[in-house]
Design a protein around this ligand. Sequence first.
Ligand code: ZN
Length: 316
Amino acid sequence: MKTQLGSTLPTHILFTLFLLAGVAAGCAAQTPTPSPGGGEKLHITVSILPQQYFVERIGGEYVQTTVMVPPGGNPHTYEPKPEQMQALSRAAAYMSIGVSFEDAWLDRIRAANREMRMVDTTQGIERIEMTVAHDHEGEEADHEEEDEGHKEGNLDPHIWTSPALVKVQAQTIYNALVQLDPTHEATFQVNLDAFLADIEQLEARIREALAGLENEKFLVFHPSWGYFARDFGLEMISIEIEGKEPSAAEMAAVIAEAKEEGIRVIFAQPELSTKSATTIANEIGGEVLLISPLAYDWLANMEQVATTFAETLKRP
Ligand code: ZN
């Protein structure tokens, strides 16, 4: 085959092939990271920190992870840095989760490394409509305008705030890791089982913490907790409609509803502005509490958040 190629291909093509082979070898030489087994670690890039935790729980010592949205970053508006796009050349897989910055970037991420496996971790998950939370009583015009800008397709991306849905994501991550590195299937399986068991325990502890609080309403600035609310029988009221600051009329409606419901706490998150949350807190004589849906240690964070909700909702 080689000699045949040599005899039929013009020399400049051969030269190009030789160069490409050299470049490929050069790249490969930079890639390996030693792992305990003596093999190479799988480089996995993810969008947000909780996913990094999921992948590390399942991949253990056989994966090396990189996260696109750094701590404190906003997954709705984040713009990956040129270094981050370049680093994708080392990734064996990119695991997306459906956060908004992916809408603008996923094609470019894919184009940055055609060899990289694209894993959609929303697969098998039915996303719910973004909550249009507060009632705009007596504000029909406003409501219609909002419905227009809010057509179908405005699905809630925050699927990692549901432990039940994280079990589905964990299975998807496990399947992808096994395909990429079948030699460590047994380890991945053990890690997956341990993670799933932890999630079951977490769900039980959250249910216990929230017992007796069915249908209680909580007020958030950004609607990150819709799946959590659905799973555990709470009702989320959101100040912001995904990405959009409230209008004066919407603020007034939220303030009226919060007063009516006796709500004294507004949950905001450290990654986003707390300005309108603070304004509303002042109006209702309440306070702003910061909780993040984006902490790396997802398991500990979810339990902490549930405890905070419980303490807040149980206040007289
Ligand atoms: Zn969000």
